[in-house]
Write a protein that binds this ligand. Structure first.
Ligand SMILES: C[S@@+](CC[C@H](N)C(=O)[O-])C[C@H]1O[C@@H](n2cnc3c(N)ncnc32)[C@H](O)[C@@H]1O
Length: 415
């Protein structure tokens, strides 16, 4: 099966590659991207015939490390189920550090990732995968049966409650965006066990590897990522404050526990001329903003993300149209968002802020001040994230940003 041609032979085309060749090429890419690092993760990604989970999708596409196969979209057009990109799956499995014989729970099924987890846990291990959607669990069961992964138990239920029947787990890997950590995930994890979860904090989602320490979870690394949002009891979607609604060039602030903005004033502000402020701080062309953005969200109280359609940028309404959203400082009737401009060095960009509204310059300057603080005091460090039960008093939390959710108090702190 693994050596069957991936495409129909055609004299005018290069020779078709076998499924195993496509898998090997995907694995080389995962290694290049730094997503797969350890030999056992590499071996797992070489073994699973992931294309069988996406019938109808071109086999070469199914082995593209970045390809996400969306399998369900809800009535409002939001993607709610998918087979995640191999890059993200490998990244999370590395974070989970799964050893043979472990008992692993996956929240959010699809089949493919459960097969990788089963490779990691080995014959003596056990994998339980739970999904809220019976269509998904049916597909996952079919895939796991067809590919011979018999040590995976597939459960249809709301993963908010974990799967108590098979607990305790050595590892829990969540493959759906969560805004909170329900108590069941902590209590069904062994002390010292690892929970890997795409946790949304103030609008941005990072897959965080946590280690359980009693009632507390302590981070051991995190990576920026995107996931479909959680459904069921833990559903907690972001709200939008729409600043510009012309079709195809929409601009909106994504609110995730931020104060309610004066949307009318901010809509008017967007129509006022820009005020720019520049920091003198530069980034290399291939350097991510993610740690800067985490610092900004730690330091500034009212910093939602501004998302814009590409046409809004093309028309010059905003300078950025990042799909992840751009940190935007809101102060009453004015706002300013992070931006970059070229420098004389073709490989470096200068960070700055673009403000709009009556206090455009002051707000842009305030954002730039925090960019300089990050560069001076925090650039060489990584943030530390902890999760404590709701109700933990302030004086028992680490210093820094506190994000209050129904079940937990999430903290982001910096050395
Ligand atoms: C990105 S997909 C999972 C991908 C999968 N792990 C794979 O093999 O690539 C996210 C899944 O989470 C599921 N989901 C959403 N809310 C859930 C909940 N409360 N409990 C369990 N599953 C949930 C969705 O139905 C969807 O199938």
């Amino acid at each position: 099966m693994n050596n069957a041609p991936a495409t129909t032979p055609d004299d005018s085309e290069p020779a078709p590659r076998s499924e195993q060749e496509l898998r090997d090429a995907m694995v080389r890419r995962l290694i290049e991207l730094g997503a797969a690092r350890s030999p056992r993760v590499v071996a797992a990604f070489r073994a699973v015939p992931r294309h069988l989970a996406t019938p109808g999708v071109d086999v070469a596409k199914a082995y593209d490390a970045e390809y996400v196969a969306v399998t369900k979209t809800d009535a409002s057009g939001v993607d709610v189920s998918s087979v995640s990109a191999a890059r993200i799956q490998a990244m999370q499995i590395e974070q989970a550090d799964i050893r043979p014989g472990m008992n692993v729970l996956e929240i959010g099924s699809g089949g493919v990732n459960a097969a990788y987890l089963a490779e990691m846990a080995g014959e003596q291990g056990q994998v339980v995968t739970v999904d809220i959607d019976p269509d998904v669990t049916r597909r996952a069961r079919d895939f796991l049966k067809a590919t011979g992964y018999h040590n995976v138990t597939v459960v249809t239920a709301d993963g908010e409650h974990g799967v108590p029947e098979h607990a305790p787990y050595d590892r829990i890997v969540v493959t759906v965006q969560a805004a909170d950590v329900p108590p069941a995930w902590v209590h069904q994890l062994r002390d010292g066990g690892r929970l890997v979860v795409p946790l949304r904090m103030r609008g941005m989602t990072r897959t965080v590897a946590f280690v359980r320490d009693g009632e507390r979870l302590v981070s051991d690394g995190f990576e920026l990522c995107g996931f479909v949002p959680m459904q069921g009891a833990g559903e907690n979607r972001m709200r939008l404050a729409v600043l510009h609604d012309a079709e195809g060039e929409e601009i909106a602030l994504r609110l995730d526990g931020h104060p309610e903005p004066d949307t009318e004033a901010l809509r008017a502000a967007l129509r006022t001329p820009r005020a720019e402020a520049w920091s003198g701080v530069t980034l290399a062309g291939d350097e991510s903003n993610e740690h800067l953005d985490l610092w900004l969200t730690t330091a500034l109280d009212d910093l939602p993300l501004m998302a814009a359609k590409p046409a809004a940028r093309q028309r010059g309404l905003v300078a950025s149209a990042s799909p992840l959203g751009v940190p935007t400082l809101v102060e009453g009737d004015s706002f300013a968002y992070r931006t970059v401009r070229p420098t004389n060095d073709p490989d470096r960009y200068e960070l700055g802020a673009i403000g709009h509204g009556p206090r455009a310059r002051a707000v842009a300057e305030r954002l730039v001040e925090e960019i300089r603080t990050w560069d001076r005091d925090h650039r060489a460090h990584r943030a530390h994230i902890e999760v404590h039960p709701a109700g933990t008093p302030d004086d028992r939390l680490p210093a820094g940003r506190v994000i209050d959710r129904p079940h937990t108090r999430i903290t982001i702190s910096w050395p």
